[in-house]
Design a protein around this ligand. Structure first.
Ligand code: NAD
Ligand code: UGA
Length: 455
């Protein structure tokens, strides 16, 4: 049995390794992390993150050929292949603060691998990293005296939260980057063989290391750019009586454009889009390409604008003030089917409303623990209630910020009856039946649409 180790048991490490363990029973897969609480949850078969289908997947391999542990050193020693899936957040200090990737966790693992290795290993970059990071990894690993050979590969992860298991089971493509040397080609072939257990070979793409590293940043930048593009037009729609949903449909039917990722929204969130684009921009600047950096940075600026604009539209619609008004926020996760709140647009919206002295009640089916942590400094200005009907009681407005399915089917007649009048509804995801809600009596404001108002 060959040993696979993954360092980092987070949103990526846990699900990806569970999938590999499940599909490749002849590999022993161990996932290690310095966070003992997370590891304890994984070991108990109760993942520390919410992801549809994950618990069943874990249970199918846990204890058979899938193990979780805090023993990083022991794991490295025993491993033939090491995936590194630690977090690579934006730097918050020093050079490149607010833009460049903070590679301290990454570098620490490289040094740990070096210190604990006595045999040859394949090191796989799973984390999203600046292009040419593998070079730094190789330099660190080459300083070892033990004579072990390390072959570094890039194998970025493209899963999206909420659909991680489906994405892993049936990926559009798997990308493996490696050196065009004998050992490089052999390592690439070994990793390709792992994925080929369940992914058709024509969907497994092999490239050089730098293309692979850059393609990950590029894919996220392109996806986010589409959202910012449609969101920029949503602002124009609101001024011109055009309807952004109709515009999105009209352009998306052009096969050259395609229909996905054209849903206008309160803004994109998640741990990666913003950090990866800022990192891409930083890299461009570092390589003397300020115009290219500015081009990509605008995608993030447009997203900031969309979030700010949402709060401003609420304030303006509600007679220029939300002070003292109760506002129920439906959804705090950055998207549906996850409890993750990292960079959620709801953070900025709630903070903006609190700044305007509104009394905010946040509801979410899965993300309230994270929401509480995220907003801890706001004290009593924000309340939390898992029941949306209770949250809406006595509210002047509802703001729907996450596209949870359950929000489509709520009893809005009963909700309206319990609200202050006029009752405002701001749909930050355009998932509700706006005409029906208007007919019930709501003042309806949707993204990129003319308001439906009785006033
Ligand atoms: P995460 O924060 O959920 O998990 C990272 C884990 O690494 C944490 O549990 C942390 O304790 C652990 N860790 C950090 N340093 C360590 C060390 N020295 N030894 C052992 N464990 C260590 O992060 P994530 O969301 O899983 O993202 C990981 C990487 O994958 C990032 O680079 C991210 O950009 C990328 N990525 C994330 C997603 C996603 O959907 N979240 C998708 C694709 C790619
Ligand atoms: C995204 C990418 O889709 C993944 O391929 C990538 O692996 C991952 O980032 C990563 O590198 O972390 P994720 O952030 O989990 O995945 O979720 P998405 O479905 O991409 O949604 C991101 C944000 O954009 C969410 O807030 C979502 O609500 C928003 N969005 C998405 C829109 O506002 N409109 C859309 O049309 C699509």
């Amino acid at each position: 049995m060959k040993n696979i180790l993954c360092i980092g048991a987070g949103y990526v490490g846990g699900p990806t390794m569970a999938m590999i363990a499940c599909k490749c029973p002849e590999y022993r897969v161990t996932v290690v992390d310095i966070n003992a609480e997370r590891i304890a949850a994984w070991c108990a078969g109760q993942p520390p993150i919410y992801e549809p289908g994950l618990e069943a997947l874990i249970k199918s391999a846990l204890g058979r050929n899938l193990f979780f542990s805090t023993d990083v050193k022991g794991g490295i020693e025993a491993a033939d292949i090491i995936f590194v899936s630690v977090n690579t957040p934006t730097r918050t200090f020093g050079h490149g603060a607010g833009r460049a990737a903070d590679l301290q966790y990454w570098e620490k693992t490289a040094r740990e691998i070096l210190a604990q290795s006595t045999s040859d290993k394949i090191i796989v970059e799973k984390s999203t990293l600046p292009v040419r990071t593998a070079e730094a990894m190789e330099r660190i690993l080459k300083t070892g005296a033990a004579g072990a050979h390390f072959e570094v590969l890039s194998n970025p992860e493209f899963l999206a939260e909420g659909t991680a298991i489906k994405d892993l089971e049936n990926p559009d493509r798997v990308l493996v980057g490696g050196h065009d040397t004998e050992t490089g080609r052999r390592a690439v072939a070994e990793l390709v063989d792992i994925y080929a257990h369940w992914v058709p070979r024509e969907r497994i793409l092999t490239t050089n290391l730098w293309s692979s590293e850059l393609s990950k940043l590029a894919a996220n930048a392109f996806l986010a750019q589409r959202i910012s593009s449609i969101n920029s037009l949503s602002a124009l729609c609101e001024r011109t009586d055009a309807d952004v949903v109709e515009v999105s449909r009209a352009i998306g039917m052009d096969r050259r454009i395609g229909s996905r990722f054209l849903n206008a929204s309160v803004g994109f969130g998640g741990s990666c889009f913003k950090k990866d684009i800022l990192n891409l921009a930083y890299l461009c600047e570092h390589h003397g390409l300020p115009e290219v950096a500015a081009y990509w940075e605008q995608v993030v600026r447009m997203n900031d604008y969309q979030e700010e604009r949402f709060v401003e539209r609420m304030r303006t619609a509600m007679f220029q003030t939300v002070a003292g008004k109760r506002i129920a926020v439906f959804g705090f996760a950055f998207k549906a089917d996850t409890g993750d709140t990292r960079e959620s647009p709801a953070i900025r919206v709630v903070r903006g409303l609190v700044e305007e002295r509104a009394a905010v009640v946040v509801s979410d089916p899965r993300a309230l623990d994270n929401a509480r942590r995220e907003l801890a400094d706001l004290g009593n200005a924000v309340a939390f209630d898992p029941d949306p009907l209770r949250a809406a009681k006595g509210a002047h407005a509802l703001a729907l910020l996450t596209e949870w399915n359950e929000y489509r089917a709520l009893d809005y007649r009963a909700i309206l009856a319990g609200m202050e009048k006029p009752a405002f509804l701001f749909d930050g995801r355009n998932i509700l039946d706006h005409r029906a809600l208007f007919d019930l009596g709501f003042e309806v404001y949707a993204i990129g649409k003319t308001p439906l108002s009785h006033l």
